[in-house]
Write a protein that binds this ligand. Structure first.
Ligand SMILES: [Zn+2]
Length: 189
């Protein structure tokens, strides 16, 4: 899953790169300002670090950094965006390119406090895990199932089906933990 978050305004905007977008926007030709963009990515700060592996949708290579996020204090993105720009010349959304261009590809100075504030702001838009778990458990109980059954007895397909029914029942729409009712969500196709 590849995304980019504009955290400058409230609510935040999440740009989600669909596989279709990635396939359509990679190129054998060098992207504009590629080296400046890569330098910007390298100088950014690490946000969340999640040890997961995912294969690149273009070259099938394992990307070790999958799940990690990077930030400049205003935007946040998956660290593996670097792979797509470096190896596949992925075209970034216009709004982000213009932002980088306006800053002349230089990361603005900021204080550690500002970075904390940035993450507090982003985290406001994340679905509450407690809310989710409590409701999910009572949903299962009402259907004579238990969380233990869910984790141990059912196949992945059955689990996905139950989760989908739960989402429909509560009208929850989420994207990678973000509550879609609270954010601007832009799926790049
Ligand atoms: Zn690749």
């Amino acid at each position: 899953m590849l995304y980019l978050i504009d955290g400058r305004l409230s609510p935040i905007t999440i740009y989600h790169f669909s596989e279709t977008y990635i396939e359509k926007n990679v190129s054998p030709l060098e992207a504009n300002y590629k080296s400046e963009i890569l330098r910007y990515f390298n100088k950014s700060y690490r946000g969340a670090i999640v040890l997961m592996k995912e294969k690149c949708v273009v070259c099938n290579e394992s990307i070790r950094e999958y799940g990690n996020t990077s930030t400049d204090g205003f935007w946040s993105w998956n660290t593996n965006l670097t792979h797509y720009v470096e190896k596949h010349n992925l075209k970034l959304p216009e709004v982000f390119e213009q932002y980088l261009y306006k800053q002349e590809f230089r990361i603005k100075d900021f204080l550690l406090d500002d970075l904390e504030k940035f993450y507090l702001k982003i985290n406001r838009y994340v679905l509450s895990a407690d809310f989710f778990e409590d409701n999910f458990e009572s949903y299962l109980r009402n259907r004579n199932m238990s969380l233990d059954d869910f984790h141990h007895k059912y196949s992945i397909e059955e689990c996905v089906k139950i989760e989908k029914e739960f989402d429909d029942f509560f009208g929850i729409e989420s994207f990678d933990g973000f509550d879609l009712k609270k954010v601007n969500y832009v799926r790049l196709e």
